[in-house]
Design a protein around this ligand. Structure first.
Ligand code: KIV
Length: 270
């Protein structure tokens, strides 16, 4: 199994790190077969799978449930799991919450915001920590680009350095200008994983529902690599058509009784 130094070495060699989200066992298995380096079980599970309106509704129990499912589908992949909203307010609470995600199968815990004291506490407690700056879905009500002004960029840059000094193992940069992500990537030791942060981060992450074409909405930062939503809808519509027309099940899907058992049954219950 890979560990944090595997990815540090990849950064040093200039090899891109491929990260994608998963929330269930079969998807995780397919992603490993496809060759991903890291699976992120993000709190995006809330809006993408659980039908919640906001990431803030995701609980620690939700995260543990989905991390455990992903771990069953992908026993050997490096998994980053999100600490949900309000589960890392203090170093003690963050440590307690991270234990639950580790027991569920996470190798690394991720949280949003510039909180070096949380990184330090978790690192001392033996956790790999992934930080997350830029758009913070748990804390920003409107999903818009961050770090656009010189001042905002300088603040994010300083936060990234502080988190690095505290011992972060990865930094997710979400919806920030490429110029800023490139500067941060060069300045810090930890690999940066970008989403909507341009092409110069050490790795990229996308939400599986977006890349596979399950999500209806189009996002500027995303590229659809499949039409899984349309394929699923068409498969179910075909099934419904066949059931209604009496075409499913067909003879090849049917089990029959042996002739003697059938005859005996008919005489038992004429
Ligand atoms: O929850 C998530 O999927 C994330 C990504 C958007 C990076 O944090």
């Amino acid at each position: 199994m890979s560990n944090a130094s595997t990815f540090l070495d990849m950064k040093r060699r200039g090899e891109k790190i491929v990260v994608v989200t998963a929330y269930d066992a079969p998807t995780a298995r397919l992603e490993v077969e496809a060759g991903v380096d890291i699976i992120l079980v993000g709190d995006s599970v809330g809006v993408n799978i659980l039908g919640y309106a906001h990431e803030r509704e995701v609980t620690l129990a939700d995260m543990a449930h989905h991390i455990a499912a992903v771990r069953r589908g992908a026993p050997h992949v490096y998994i980053i799991g999100d600490l949900p909203y309000a589960t890392y307010d203090t170093p003690e609470q963050a440590t307690q919450s991270s234990r639950i995600l580790r027991e569920a199968g996470a190798n690394c815990v991720k949280f949003e915001g510039a909180r070096p004291e949380i990184v330090r506490a978790l690192t001392v407690a033996g956790f790999d920590v992934c930080c997350h700056l830029g758009l913070e879905s748990q804390h920003h009500d409107v999903k818009r680009r961050q770090g656009k002004t010189a001042l905002a960029a300088a603040r994010l840059y300083d936060d990234a350095l502080a988190l690095d000094a505290a011992g972060q193992k990865f930094l997710v940069l979400e919806l920030v200008p490429q110029e800023l992500a490139a500067r941060v990537t060069r300045a810090i030791k930890a690999p940066t994983i970008g989403i909507g942060a341009g092409a110069e981060t050490d790795g990229q992450v996308l939400v599986i529902n977006d890349l596979a074409g399950i999500t209806e909405r189009e996002f500027k930062h995303n590229r659809r690599y499949g039409a899984v939503g349309a394929a699923l809808r068409e498969a179910v519509a075909s099934y419904a058509r066949d059931v209604r027309a009496g075409l499913f099940p067909a003879e090849e899907h049917v089990f029959h009784m042996a002739d003697d058992e059938r005859a005996a049954f008919e005489s038992l219950r004429p």
